[in-house]
Design a binder for this molecule. Structure first.
Ligand SMILES: [Zn+2]
Length: 71
C-alpha cells in the first residue's frame, strides 16, 4: 500500500466515523426507556452504567462488523 492509498483509506474512515456518529446521536434520544434493556428510566438513556457500557460495546461491535443501523 502506498501513501496515497493510505490517505484515501483514512479519509474513508473519517467519513464513515462521521456518518456513524450522526446515526448514533439520532438514534440515542432519551425516550424514558433504557436503550439497553428497555426498562423505564427517569432520566437519561440507560438505567445504569452497566447498561450503558453494554450498549456501547454492542454498538462498537456492530460498527466493526459493518452492520448498518436499523439492520
Ligand atoms: Zn438497562
Amino acid at each position: 500500500m502506498d501513501v496515497s492509498d493510505q490517505a484515501t483509506q483514512r479519509e474513508e474512515q473519517l467519513l464513515e466515523a462521521a456518518l456513524s456518529d450522526q446515526a448514533y446521536k439520532t438514534r440515542l434520544t432519551a425516550d424514558g426507556t433504557c436503550k439497553n434493556c428497555g426498562e423505564a428510566v427517569v432520566a437519561g438513556m440507560f438505567c445504569d452504567a452497566d447498561c450503558r457500557d453494554d450498549f456501547e460495546r454492542r454498538e462498537r461491535a456492530a460498527r466493526m462488523n459493518g452492520v448498518g443501523y436499523g439492520a
